[in-house]
Design a protein around this ligand. Structure first.
Ligand SMILES: *Cc1c(COP(=O)(O)O)cnc(C)c1O
Length: 361
């Protein structure tokens, strides 16, 4: 039986009728922008995360730009970001006028650490974007102890929890993406900012609507970046399932461990005190090219997502300078995502592990 890299349909099937009804309700009400569904979803997402505020925006990339600007980041500032992440994390920084400064990651968690951030601090550092990569958790408190505010990029970490709280409730502010393949995905583009900080939330609400409070006076050059009513209505139906889907992702990781995957490749290591809602299950191997070529022959989906890390991307050349990120380069050339979803069964995990064993011989 083929095992796909991810499965975004099976877990949604039981919700299909309620999603269709929610869409029909929005269409009947003919209120599509900043109406009751967005307001209700914002309240429910904030309650879920354990924050005072959630602000819906158009996508996870805008969420980062708007959150950074709401935290006071602008021209002349530096923002520390990982290079081993989706490109958008860094791309969102120049959009504020600030400069991205790249830092390295931990080889086991794939996330930034207080040490890698400390090595990248400059006198102009105004904020750090801590990416909770693949659903793992970056050590937000340890990074904030360096004296810089943290914006969590929780695009891949909806459903991840820790002793200190959920992803999205740990830094000055946090951002989510509801791109369809994320842990909590809508039927198009969507995003949100969560925060306990009243001023950050108010700025974000203003910036997402052209820099205006009241649609009469325009105080900032802002954005047209709203989560829309249809997407919010779809997300409202799904949010109550996020914890059980996350449990499914955690169970899938345990299935891999129990099937002996750790004897064949290096497994991802959960951050301190963290229970990751694994968005992607990313292993490491020196023989990653053989695996990437061989697994599809066994009908097993796999993908190396960030082969060319962000600091080596053409558009980031002006910001990367001569920065040396040895762990990022090593992880970029040895990582491989194996199938992961809320419904990945023990039998499927065993099939993946058998295929990995067959390829590696
Ligand atoms: C998906 C993603 C984003 C961007 O989200 P969009 O909704 O696609 O704009 C940002 N950061 C990370 C880590 C992501 O995975």
């Amino acid at each position: 039986m083929p095992v796909p890299l991810f499965d975004t349909t099976t877990a949604l099937e039981p919700l299909r009728e309620r999603i269709d009804a929610a869409i029909a309700e929005v269409v009947a009400a003919r209120r599509f922008i900043l109406g009751p569904s967005v307001a209700a979803f914002e309240e429910e997402l904030a309650r879920y995360c354990g924050t005072r505020h959630a602000v819906g925006v158009a996508n996870g990339t805008d969420a980062i730009t708007i959150a950074l600007r709401s935290m006071g980041v602008g021209p002349g500032d530096d923002v520390i970001v990982p290079s081993f992440t989706f490109y958008a994390t860094a791309e969102a920084v120049p959009a504020t006028g600030a400069r991205p400064v790249f830092c390295d990651v931990d080889p086991d968690t794939y996330c930034i650490t207080a040490e890698t951030v400390a090595a990248a601090l400059t006198p102009a550092t105004k904020a750090v974007v801590a990416v909770h990569l693949f659903g793992n958790l970056a050590p937000v408190a340890a990074i904030e102890a360096l004296g810089v505010p943290v914006l969590e990029d929780a695009a891949q970490a909806a459903g991840t929890r820790s002793a200190a709280g959920r992803a999205g409730a740990l830094g000055r502010a946090a951002t989510f993406s509801f791109f369809p393949s994320k842990n909590l995905g809508c039927f198009g583009d969507g995003g949100a900012i969560t925060t306990d900080d009243d001023a950050v939330a108010e700025q974000a609400r203003m910036l997402r609507f052209h820099g205006s409070h009241d649609k009469v006076t325009y105080e900032h050059v802002g954005y047209n970046s709203r989560l829309d009513e249809l997407q919010a209505a779809i997300l409202r139906v799904q949010l109550p399932s996020l914890d059980s889907w996350s449990d499914g992702r955690r169970a899938a990781a345990r299935h891999y461990e129990q099937a002996g995957l750790g004897e064949l490749v290096s497994l991802p290591v959960a951050g301190d005190g963290c229970e990751p809602a694994w968005h992607l299950y990313v292993v490491r191997s020196e023989r990653v090219d053989e695996l990437a070529a061989g697994l599809p022959k066994h009908a097993i989906g796999c993908k190396s997502y960030y082969r060319l890390p962000v600091h080596r991307q053409p558009a980031m050349r002006a910001f990367a300078g001569g920065v040396q990120l040895p762990v990022t380069d090593a992880v970029a050339s040895t990582h491989l995502a194996l199938p992961m979803s809320p419904v990945l069964s023990a039998a499927q995990a065993a099939e993946v592990v058998a295929a990995v064993r067959a390829v590696l011989g």
